[in-house]
Design a protein around this ligand. Sequence first.
Ligand SMILES: Cc1cc2nc3c(=O)[nH]c(=O)nc-3n(C[C@H](O)[C@H](O)[C@H](O)COP(=O)(O)OP(=O)(O)OC[C@H]3O[C@@H](n4cnc5c(N)ncnc54)[C@H](O)[C@@H]3O)c2cc1C
Length: 491
Amino acid sequence: MHDVIIAGGGPAGLMLAAELRLHDVDVLVLEREAQPNPAVRSLGLHARSVEVLALRGLLDRFLEHGQRYPAAGRGFAGLEGPAVELDSDHDYVLGIPQPTTDRLLAERAAELGAELRRGVSLDAFEQDADGVDVVLDGGARLRARWLVGCDGGRSTVRRLAGIGFPGEAASTEWLLGEVELDGSVTPEEVARIAAEVRRVHRGFGIGPAGGGLHRAVVPAASLAEDRSVPPTLEEFRTQLRAYAGTDFGVGSPRSITRFTDATRLAERYRAGRVLLAGDAAHVHPPLGGQGLNLGLQDAFDLGWRLAADVAGWAPAGLVDGYEAERRPVAEQVLRLTRAQSELLSPEPGPQAVRQLVGELMQLEPVARALAERISGLGIRYAPPAGDDRDDDPFDLVGRRMRDLPLGDGRRLFDLTHGGRGLLLDGTGTLEAEGWTERVDRVTVAGDDGSALPAPAVLLRPDGRVAWAGDDTASLVRALERWFAAPTGAPL
Ligand SMILES: Cc1cc2nc3c(=O)[nH]c(=O)nc-3n(C[C@H](O)[C@H](O)[C@H](O)COP(=O)(O)OP(=O)(O)OC[C@H]3O[C@@H](n4cnc5c(N)ncnc54)[C@H](O)[C@@H]3O)c2cc1C
């Protein structure tokens, strides 16, 4: 019996597997495809995802393969406001193609001891009070205490769990190809034609993608009847000719895929011992590059909660807190992408709104509010049911914390790699006994460079503030809330 089976070895599933392995959870990832997906869907990571990588000591290996783009380039439906500086060491977009992100996450999960079984798909499951029996294609059966569906937008797990996926059906479909050009159209002409077509059809694009390839996006002729059938090269060429008057001499595709503007959100993220994360829980048009970021952060929120349950110490409601925190974030992203696709419509109404939004974006607070949403840095989780925000005098609970010097040569993000709780004590006077198995403690020297935003701060394993204050009684309440009753050893 496994502790956790994850269906789907995309970025959400791999990140979750790695997070679970930090806590020695026995995890098996089932991935339907025998080989990694070569299609470059996501082109980059936003600031909060970059911080998540930094929190686990993973950022250097991503930076090696990516390029930092200053946050000034963070547009909204192609509209730009003034550059705003956000409160992060990682206030940039990290340009990195999805196959590289997927590979690095797979390597990380494997290093930590997760098993990724490729070429195997989950076909069915049945659950009871203690676990889930999973049936693979071919009929083999496996059992786990938990099953997590990270199996993408057309999730089998979601369907079999009976979780509804309401929202808007696709109205438009696009073809995305990574292809070689035969040189019959000069690079200058490619750029000129692309700019001209984009004036009318903002969803069109073609440009160099590195490695001698070009990435091209063009609307499809209609919605595919069977979306699991990949588009043909001829279909792709036909659409390029229809929109640009030339097929640019495209050939030798590395990948041609389809995507749509469907916008849907799972009505719940949990059914018994089955959970959803990533695209299995939410789909939306790729405007603003949000989907992978959202899935990565779902996994980051869920991993330590599930690990606590498997270890047997999770306080009541800890696993359900995942949906309570992450579903509203997905709702906001869906609204954000939905709004952007509306602003891209050539119809006069949306065009008038576009002009207005473009003008409002010149106001610094508006540009900042959007940048905080798009980067993920502005996300703040609501307190768990029963908690009161009045019990938060420093207005920090539920927020992420930026990396900080701790006054002893170390920085905050150096201390979070293991995914444990962390008490940053700038008072040196707090007394809390019994949580050493789950929480580390560091005394922060306040007068030589530390910038703690409160006398003391308790961080959850995902870098979120669980408590900020200066008195032992309220600290103990927060420790019990997030890390359960003390086990006896002094902290
Ligand atoms: C054109 C395009 C551009 C995009 N650009 C961006 C961007 O810039 N930034 C961004 O953040 N996001 C972007 N996205 C979205 C991003 O690609 C997805 O949100 C992300 O891949 C979702 O990750 P996931 O792990 O949830 O699902 P997926 O990546 O879809 O992975 C799911 C995996 O599950 C496997 N699977 C499915 N069914 C089963 C089964 N029954 N058993 C076992 N395995 C199964 C699949 O083979 C797949 O490998 C873009 C998407 C598109 C289409």
